[in-house]
Ligand binder design. Structure first.
Ligand code: PSU
Ligand code: MN
Length: 305
C-alpha cells in the first residue's frame, strides 16, 4: 500500500474491506487539548459517538515508527498519560516516524494517515485555520494546506474561535475547498453556534452531502470537502463571552511573545482559564457531538457508494 508501516486495528480493517463506514479521529486533542483524565475519557466517548452515528472509529497516532489506524484503550491511555508527546503536523510526520516514540497527530497529519489507510471521513471539533494577525505572522495552519492535498471529508464544528474565521473562509474559497454546512445557515465557531459568517452552502440531507463528497473527487480534485455541524444548543458558549475571552488571551500571548506551533494550545488554555473552565467543558461536548454527526455522514456516504 505504502512504504509507511500502518498498524490497522482489526475492526477498522474489516470495516474497510467490507465497504462499511469508518471515521478517522486525531490524537493531538488527547495530548494537547485536554488534561488527564478528561482527555482519555473524552477520547473513549468520541469513539462511542462515532459508533452511535453508525460508523467505526479509527483514532490516529504515531507510535514507535508506525502509524496507528485505530487505537486500543491501552493505546489511548498511553497517549493520554505520556508527558511531552510531541504535536505532529504534516511537516513533523516523517521525522516522528523516523525517530520512534509517540506522536500526536493534528487534523492535517491525521488526514494524511486516513488517506493512506483508505478512510474517507475524519471528524474533529475545531480545525486549524488562518490565525489572527496572520497578515504579519504568516501563521496559517497546515490543516488548511492539507485540505488541498488529501481526499478526506472533514466533519467539524468550523474552525477554532481563536482564529480569524473570515480569513479562514477566504483561504478555503481561494483554494477551491468545498464547504457545506449541515443543517445550519452559518459557519460555526467551534463551541459557538455561529461565527457571524454565513456558510456558502447549507445542506440538510446526509445523502446530498455524500454526493457532494463524491462529486468533488469525481471531478478530479485531490483534496478535502469540509462539512460543518454546529454545537448542540445546550453545549454552545455565548459568542460575546467567548470573543471577549479570546481577545484577552490573544493580547496576553502577544505580550508574552508566544508564537509558532505552541500558540494554539496556549490560547485555548488561556481562554479556558478566563472563562473558568467553561470552554474546555464545551470543547469536550463538541468533540463528541461532531463525532456522532461524522458517523452519520460517513454511513450515508458508504451507502451511497
Ligand atoms: N490544541 C487543542 N486542541 C486541538 C489542537 C491543539 O487544544 O485540537 C490542534 C488540532 O490537532 C489542530 C491543530 O489540527 O491544533 C492546529 O494547530 P496549528 O494551528 O498549529 O496548525
Ligand atoms: Mn501555526
Amino acid at each position: 500500500l505504502s512504504g509507511i508501516p500502518l498498524v490497522v486495528a482489526e475492526e477498522v480493517a474489516q470495516a474497510l474491506a467490507e465497504g462499511r463506514p469508518v471515521v478517522a479521529l486525531e490524537s493531538n486533542v488527547i495530548t494537547h487539548g485536554l488534561p488527564y483524565p478528561d482527555n482519555a475519557a473524552t477520547a473513549a466517548k468520541v469513539e462511542g459517538a462515532v459508533r452511535a452515528g453508525g460508523a467505526v472509529p479509527a483514532t490516529i497516532g504515531v507510535a514507535d515508527g508506525r502509524l496507528l489506524i485505530g487505537m486500543t484503550d491501552t493505546d489511548i491511555e498511553r497517549f493520554a498519560t505520556t508527558p511531552g508527546t510531541p504535536k505532529v503536523s504534516t511537516r513533523d510526520l516523517p521525522v516522528a516516524l523516523a525517530r520512534g516514540g509517540l506522536g500526536a497527530t493534528t487534523v492535517a497529519s491525521s488526514m494524511v494517515a486516513a488517506e493512506l489507510a483508505g478512510i474517507a471521513f475524519f471528524a474533529s471539533a475545531g480545525i486549524g485555520g488562518v490565525h489572527r494577525g496572520a497578515e504579519t505572522t504568516m501563521d496559517i495552519s497546515a490543516d488548511l494546506i492539507q485540505f488541498t492535498r488529501s481526499k478526506v471529508a472533514v466533519v467539524c464544528a468550523g474552525a477554532k474561535n481563536i482564529l480569524d474565521l473570515r480569513l479562514t473562509l477566504e483561504f478555503l474559497e481561494t483554494h477551491g475547498v468545498p464547504l457545506v454546512s449541515y443543517r445550519s445557515d452559518d459557519f460555526p465557531a467551534f463551541y459557538c453556534a455561529s461565527s457571524g459568517l454565513p456558510s456558502p452552502h447549507r445542506l440538510d440531507d446526509p445523502d446530498l452531502i455524500a454526493r457532494v463528497v463524491d462529486n468533488h473527487w469525481a471531478t478530479g480534485n485531490q483534496g478535502a470537502v469540509v462539512i460543518t455541524t454546529p454545537p448542540r444548543p445546550e453545549d454552545a458558549v455565548d459568542s460575546a463571552v467567548a470573543e471577549a475571552a479570546v481577545r484577552k488571551a490573544v493580547a496576553a500571548a502577544e505580550r508574552d511573545g508566544v508564537h509558532g506551533n505552541a500558540i494554539t494550545k496556549h490560547l485555548m488554555r488561556a481562554v479556558d482559564e478566563i472563562t473558568g473552565g467553561r470552554t474546555s467543558q464545551a470543547n469536550m461536548a463538541v468533540l463528541i457531538s461532531t463525532a456522532e454527526v461524522g458517523g452519520v455522514l460517513a454511513a450515508a456516504h458508504a451507502r451511497h457508494r
